[in-house]
Design a protein. Structure first.
Length: 328
């Protein structure tokens, strides 16, 4: 939804959510989306052919498709698919017009910028180029989704349901503006405590499916799996926000530790620098059990523990309709 990205030239006001230790920490929503800083540049343009979501006729019958492909499939084919690092989207096909549409949610400045900050000269605080947003465009690239991934029909909805979903997408897009890469939990056990939940492409698709189910969509009984990147940590420790840590009255020792932690994640200029930085990351995360997480514009310390990080491809069932569908 490209037109929804530039809503205001000033920063967002944070919803009134306390930093009290409530697990998982709730993802904060904001009043509106801030203007992006010119410093933040993407190698690949976000949503290059994006368009507004059309208003469908109420009597339309619209097929809904689950779309999934390896991350960066357009560049590396199925390489990341072997690691089960997948990107998710949803497709629609109108029976009245015969037109297809794709809707997805992803990073404005690519994954690395959403996950780690820049350490800019003359700036004490790490600088984050982090926003994610919905993208809607006409057409479904069958080859992209079918070649190494999934394109499967999951439900059928009415035009009325589609239009209601579109209004919800506008709200979701305007208020959920920051990409959160990591899920953080206490152990690999499925019943372990989740400290933080991710907020990325698959979560948008799951929210969309749930909204359609709330509107009455009846989903097929098929297996659906999604990628999560999980950090394993003891109970996180709240540290503060940018002002309290890096401001004039901030904690200089803590500020230096956070900057030191993030320094190895900068873009690499040479093979030698890459290997030096890898050893620094291993030293921080595995040998010293340290990770600094930036979540909801606040910093947390994670006392890391084995197995430290894991990529899982886990089944999440399609939702069950909570209302009678709109004549479908």
């Amino acid at each position: 939804l490209l037109p929804l990205l530039l809503l205001a030239p000033w920063g967002p006001r944070v919803s009134a959510v306390s930093a009290a230790l409530r697990w998982p920490v709730p993802y904060r929503r904001f009043d509106y989306r801030p203007k992006t800083d010119p410093y933040c540049q993407a190698r690949y343009t976000f949503c290059p052919t994006g368009s507004a979501i059309p208003v469908m006729k109420e009597e339309d019958v619209i097929e809904v498709y689950r779309l999934q492909a390896p991350v960066w499939e357009f560049k590396y084919g199925d390489l990341l698919g072997h690691l089960k690092i997948m990107h998710d989207a949803v497709g629609f096909k109108s029976s009245l017009t015969g037109k297809n549409y794709t809707m997805e949610w992803y990073e404005l400045f690519q994954l690395g910028n959403c996950t780690f900050p820049h350490l800019r000269p003359g700036m004490d605080a790490p600088f984050w180029c982090n926003q994610g947003a919905a993208c809607f465009y006409e057409g479904i690239d069958d080859a992209h989704w079918k070649a190494n991934g999934t394109l499967v029909h999951v439900t059928t909805i009415s035009g009325t349901m589609f239009n209601a979903m579109a209004q919800w997408v506008k709200y979701d897009n305007e208020t959920g503006i920051y990409y959160e890469t990591w899920t953080v939990q206490a152990s690999p056990d499925k019943k372990s405590t989740v400290w933080f939940d991710s907020y990325e492409c698959s979560k948008f698709i799951l929210r969309t499916y749930q909204k359609l189910a709330d509107l009455g969509a009846v989903f097929k009984k098929i297996q659906t799996n999604y990628t999560s990147i999980i950090l394993f940590s003891g109970e996180p420790i709240y540290l503060g926000n940018e002002t309290s840590i890096f401001g004039p009255q901030g904690n200089k020792t803590l500020a230096a530790a956070i900057r030191d932690f993030y320094s190895p994640f900068k873009p690499h200029q040479s093979v030698r620098e890459f290997f030096v930085d890898i050893f620094k990351i291993i030293d921080h995360v595995i040998l010293n059990h340290q990770f600094y997480l930036f979540y909801n514009l606040e910093y947390w310390f994670l006392p890391m523990k084995s197995p430290y990080l894991k990529i899982i491809y886990e089944e999440v069932p399609l939702p069950v309709a909570s209302k009678a569908s709109f004549g479908i």
